[in-house]
Design a protein around this ligand. Structure first.
Ligand code: IMP
Length: 180
């Protein structure tokens, strides 16, 4: 089937869905005895969180936290602000869901914040990781796909607020946008 977008597809939707199924099985096993407080980093991780939590035992709700280092641009500002939405985590295990880990600053900041607010344990499941871009050495417990240093869109991820709704993970190219 042809792509509905002018952007080159990096990971087709079928592969994304299959990998989320694998991640869900690993998470179900990890948290069988002590279900975690699930926190998704908005806006980008919403689609990942929706798909993943549906596959977890008991279909848990997730809390949505806003943290931003990108704003409307595509270059990390280097500062991460936790804007809103962090639930009480005292003595809870926490599962952080992230769409993509780039410099690692967002996850590092959130993990530190949660641990200082009493979380028993904080683990991270990221749909995508760009290891070559890392600035902070963060430990990721589950990664869907490691990708090269490309700016990606789709499956919840945006370029300045656009293209989140694309069903595949695609590489953002300004030229493709201009000719679309
Ligand atoms: P980090 O703090 O540098 O790891 O950035 C993580 C956040 O940056 C993610 O939650 C995304 O919102 C955003 N981000 C990083 N790389 C991309 C990308 O390629 N496409 C879309 N968003 C990205």
């Amino acid at each position: 089937m042809s792509s509905p977008t002018p952007f080159p597809i990096l990971i087709p939707r079928a592969s994304v869905h299959a990998r989320i199924g694998e991640l869900a099985r690993a998470l179900a096993s990890e948290y069988a005895k002590d279900p975690p407080c699930v926190i998704a980093v908005l806006e980008g991780a919403r689609t990942f969180a929706e798909h993943l939590t549906k596959l977890l035992p008991g279909r848990p709700d997730y809390h949505a936290v806003r943290a931003s280092s990108y704003g409307d641009g595509m270059v990390s500002s280097g500062r991460v602000a936790i804007a809103s939405g962090v639930p009480p985590v005292q003595d809870r295990r926490v599962l952080l869901l992230e769409d993509i880990v780039d410099t690692g600053r967002t996850i590092d900041k959130l993990r530190t914040w949660l641990l200082t607010h009493g979380a028993k344990d904080v683990k991270v499941a990221a749909l995508l990781s760009k290891p070559s871009r890392r600035v902070v050495d963060v430990e990721l417990d589950w990664v869907g796909f490691e990708i090269p240093d490309e700016f990606v869109i789709g499956f919840g991820m945006d370029a300045a607020g656009k293209y989140r709704e694309l069903p595949d993970v695609a590489i953002y190219k300004e030229q493709a946008q201009a000719s679309s």
